[in-house]
Unconditional design. Structure first.
Length: 233
């Protein structure tokens, strides 16, 4: 099913599907004159999205959370001359402490949740440090977070549950959503939507959805905005 056909199906639901890179293009325009000083990139991987955020918001500090040691090392080297980019060698979840990270063959699919999908192969497990959004804010004397981007392979809801104060002052949340249980205990789409709605957010748009060979939806990226920032006309 091509992009126009999918959008014909989504349009009656008030949704529109676009390519993955476009939320990072859309966010600056959607936030208008809002002053953006603090951004969280949860699951930063190699820092490609962080680089775009730094370009779009040059005055903001971007905190890149990446628990995998070799990827964290890559981030520190890549952004060594970028003072506004701060790599953090921790995972985000609902409570601080330590947890086992399931490290997969394709490192971008590594997760605090055990993989279930046939196309995700666990290579090893490693204990990593875990924090919450609110705990991190308190420890680092951060008053508010303006934008939260989460790509945590099913652990997005626990990370948001650990960020009640963070969500209170946040303007935009860009989060990966899974349409199937690809990890044990994986965040369900309806739970994620309900949690963010309860925190004062509304869904703006769903971007590029990846599917299975039979056409079923696998995952995509959803952009949520604070209600007052979302135009209704």
């Amino acid at each position: 099913m091509g992009m126009p056909t999918i959008n014909q199906v989504l349009r009656p639901l008030g949704l529109n599907l676009q390519r993955w890179h476009q939320p990072l293009e859309d966010i600056p325009a959607l936030l208008g004159n809002s002053r953006i000083t603090t951004i969280v990139d949860g699951g930063a991987y190699k820092g490609n999205k962080a680089a775009v955020l730094l370009e779009k918001f040059p005055d903001a500090n971007v905190y890149c959370f990446e628990p995998q040691p070799e990827l964290f090392s890559h981030l520190t080297k890549r952004f060594v001359n970028t003072p506004h980019c701060i790599p953090v060698n921790q995972a985000l979840s609902a409570s601080p402490g330590n947890a086992d990270l399931f490290i997969t063959d394709e490192r971008y699919t590594s997760s605090l949740m055990q993989p279930l999908a046939a196309d995700i192969k666990t290579a090893a497990t490693q204990e990593v440090s875990v924090t919450t959004l609110d705990h991190f804010m308190q420890e680092n004397q951060i008053n508010s977070i303006d934008i939260i981007k989460l790509d945590l392979q099913g652990n997005e809801l626990p990370a948001l549950q650990g960020g009640k104060n963070a969500l209170a002052g946040c303007k935009a949340v860009l989060v990966e959503v899974n349409f199937r249980e690809r990890y044990a205990g994986c965040t369900r789409v309806e739970e994620l939507f309900a949690h963010l709605q309860g925190a004062g957010f509304a869904l703006y748009k769903i971007y590029e959805i990846h599917g299975y060979p039979n056409g079923a939806w696998k995952l995509g990226d959803a952009l949520f905005l604070k209600q007052e920032l979302l135009a209704t006309e």
